[in-house]
Design a protein around this ligand. Structure first.
Ligand code: FE
Length: 190
């Protein structure tokens, strides 16, 4: 795969369709500046500001863009909120569509065929493997991402975080909790 990508890139550069520096810049951006911290910022703000949470529910694309997190592929964002009755989990059964602008690069397991099939066949089994045990009365909704629509899970705010700052709350929000395979939790050190 590496060799194929290099061959494709060098051909595109040779034909003048692509600038190597631009490719490096995009990779560097996704490796260092765009990552789950962006999503954690969105979640913490939603926990703190009911108006922002409402905006996220109505128009997640605009609410997320307002924080400067712009999706380069022009996809629509949908924010799904976990509560006492429903747990949300995200997959792309067809390939690996992922909300890059808020979560950065997808983990390898997200792209793997076993996750993509089992997330819809046996979501509770997958959750258990991530160490996530839901109460029996909590329903699981699985959202299938597409090229047009990407989902961000807004996990439930952990108990015992009243009065916490946005920065402190962000530390509770892991990448996996925004994919919906785990829950948000207070950092172990806290
Ligand atoms: Fe996909």
């Amino acid at each position: 795969m590496d060799a194929r990508v290099r061959a494709l890139e060098s051909l595109l550069v040779e034909k003048g369709y692509l600038d190597s520096a631009a490719v490096d810049e995009i990779i560097e951006t996704y490796e260092t500046r765009i990552g789950p911290r962006n999503g954690a910022h969105v979640v913490a703000k939603a926990w703190l500001e009911p108006d922002f949470a409402d905006w996220l529910k109505r128009d997640a694309t605009a609410a997320i863009h307002s924080l400067g997190y712009i999706s380069r592929q022009g996809e629509h964002m949908v924010a799904v909120f976990n509560d006492d009755e429903t747990h949300h989990m995200v997959v792309c059964t067809l390939c690996s569509c992922y909300p890059w602008s808020v979560l950065g690069l997808p983990p390898t397991w997200y792209k793997s065929p076993p996750y993509r099939s089992r997330a819809v066949i046996d979501p509770r089994g997958v959750l258990a493997e991530f160490g996530t045990d839901l109460l029996d009365n909590v329903g699981v909704e699985v959202h299938d991402s597409t090229a047009e629509t990407r989902y961000l899970v807004i996990p439930a705010r952990p108990d015992g975080t009243d009065g916490w700052s946005e920065e402190q709350l962000m530390a509770c929000v892991s990448r996996d909790s925004m994919i919906g395979t785990t829950l948000a939790a207070k950092p172990v050190a806290a």
